[in-house]
Design a protein around this ligand. Structure first.
Ligand SMILES: NC(=O)c1ccc[n+]([C@@H]2O[C@H](COP(=O)([O-])OP(=O)(O)OC[C@H]3O[C@@H](n4cnc5c(N)ncnc54)[C@H](OP(=O)(O)O)[C@@H]3O)[C@@H](O)[C@H]2O)c1
Length: 220
């Protein structure tokens, strides 16, 4: 029998963190939700528990405690908070999967704050050298979690990382959230995924372009 994995979601009260938490509550996971404000996280946990009584979900006051207990840590925080989060969890994240969902957009949404040769995910990996950082969910909007199936097909969600087993584990997690996981490559592909999302956000702002409906690999 497969052991239940524990997932710490740091930033669980935010748009993405709450959406990811609600989606993963459908799976066979134990979820530990945390952020800065415990009351907001508690509200998300209560909403999940009331809608999905069988879910294993808990609000935790401290991201270090949650990460210590977790097998997988999701950093669902803004890019500029990743350094602080990494410093806090560094000692307890060794050998664990840490998922980076960040898009390091600048304030005017017309560029990235990261250098061209790197990415938020690679920067996080440098801050957490003994963790297995995996990029996931950065091309998925929070609102998409409510409708990950378009015309009867799961929308694609890209995954990138250096550890094969971790990629497999995160692909299963992405699938549980309702999306079709596509392993895009190693962690260096994260820069492309983050720039791709920058373009898609700009197109969305300019043309109200919705790529989820049409953005499907023709693999059938
Ligand atoms: N929104 C989207 O559709 C979308 C799509 C793809 C990727 N992303 C990426 O997802 C990440 C989160 O975006 P979001 O829209 O969900 O942001 P958000 O709604 O502002 O939520 C941010 C969350 O992070 C928490 N947080 C902030 N600083 C923290 C810290 N130092 N320690 C612990 N928790 C902290 C906040 O908690 P408190 O409120 O308690 O401070 C909140 O729960 C970003 O990196 C973004 O680029 C977003």
């Amino acid at each position: 029998m497969k052991t239940i994995q524990t997932i710490a979601i740091i930033g669980a009260s935010g748009n993405m963190g709450a959406a990811i938490s609600k989606s993963l509550a459908k799976g066979n996971y134990r979820l530990l939700l945390c952020a800065n404000d415990l009351d907001k996280v508690q509200a998300v946990a209560e909403e999940i528990q009331s809608n999905q009584p069988a879910a294993s979900v808990e609000a935790v006051d401290c991201s270090v405690d949650a990460s210590w207990e977790a097998d997988i840590i999701i950093a669902a925080v803004p890019h500029d908070a990743e350094r602080e989060v990494a410093q806090k969890i560094k000692e307890v994240a060794n050998q664990k999967i840490v998922i980076s969902i960040a898009n390091p957009l600048n304030d005017s949404y017309d560029g990235l704050v990261t250098a061209p040769y790197t990415s938020a995910a690679e920067e996080l990996q440098k801050l957490l050298p003994n963790a297995k950082v995996i990029k996931a969910f950065n091309t998925t909007f929070a609102a998409d979690f409510a409708t990950p199936v378009i015309d009867g097909k799961q929308a694609d969600a890209f995954v990138a990382g250096n550890d094969e087993e971790a990629l497999q584990t995160v692909s299963e997690l992405v699938s549980t959230a309702g999306f079709n996981p596509i392993v895009a490559g190693d962690l260096s592909v994260s820069g492309t995924l983050e720039r791709m999302q920058l373009l898609l956000i700009q197109l969305n702002m300019k043309y109200d372009y919705n790529w989820l409906a049409g953005w499907k690999i023709l693999h059938q």
